[in-house]
Design a protein around this ligand. Structure first.
Ligand SMILES: [Zn+2]
Length: 208
């Protein structure tokens, strides 16, 4: 005989028509719970994005997180929670962004838009530990902190430039800050040769 809870697939009844799990639930909570901490997340796929729904122990929606659709098969095998620091976490495999993308030693994976629930590829990048702390906020400055790279508010892009013989030379525009920095480093050597100079440390990243 099946458990009398319609959504339950347990074949064996334990007591009062319930399987053991549901019998214990009714005994403890006075009712059959819709969700428990063991109930898998709800997943929804919209276009290229897989949305993961996180519920608290009272079945209330706690938050939604996002991952690329192509990782659905990989992530749906686990139960994901939002941990105390706001990351998407599973007790066995750890934080989702690290589970999906391993970073080289000494480097970290950073959420570009600072939303830890957004683990889509386009929102993640590999940065050194120092750079990652830079992107954690609290710093108010409009400069990029990197010589030759500045944020253009109107175009909403990182502009790369250098000066030679008192003339400014534009080296291009980028959406991604690290791409702009790397482009600058590459181009500057071509233009200035052995006189090329660039900051070794990037101090500030801020755009609005
Ligand atoms: Zn049951």
């Amino acid at each position: 005989m099946k458990c009398k809870v319609p959504s339950c697939s347990k074949e064996k009844r334990y007591l009062n028509g319930y399987c053991q799990k549901h019998y214990d639930q009714v005994k403890r909570h006075g009712k059959v719970l819709k969700r428990t901490i063991y109930t898998p997340n709800k997943f929804e796929i919209i276009k290229d994005i897989c949305i993961i729904y996180h519920y608290d122990k009272n079945c209330k929606l706690k938050g939604k997180s996002y991952v690329d659709k192509k990782f659905y098969i990989k992530v749906m095998k686990y139960k994901w929670c939002i941990d105390s620091l706001g990351y998407v976490n599973n007790s066995k495999v750890g934080r989702m962004h690290k589970f999906l993308f391993s970073s080289p030693i000494g480097e970290e994976i950073d959420h570009k838009n600072r939303n830890k629930l957004d683990n889509r590829l386009l929102n993640l990048r590999i940065v050194s530990r120092g750079q990652n702390t830079i992107n954690r906020g609290n710093i108010s400055s409009n400069t990029s902190g990197f010589k030759g790279v500045s944020w253009n508010k109107r175009e909403r892009k990182w502009k790369v430039y250098t000066t030679k013989n008192n003339k400014q030379i534009s080296l291009g525009c980028f959406d991604d800050y690290m791409e702009a920095v790397n482009h600058y480093k590459k181009e500057i050597v071509k233009i200035h040769g052995k006189y090329a100079k660039f900051n070794l440390k990037i101090r500030r990243i801020k755009c609005d």
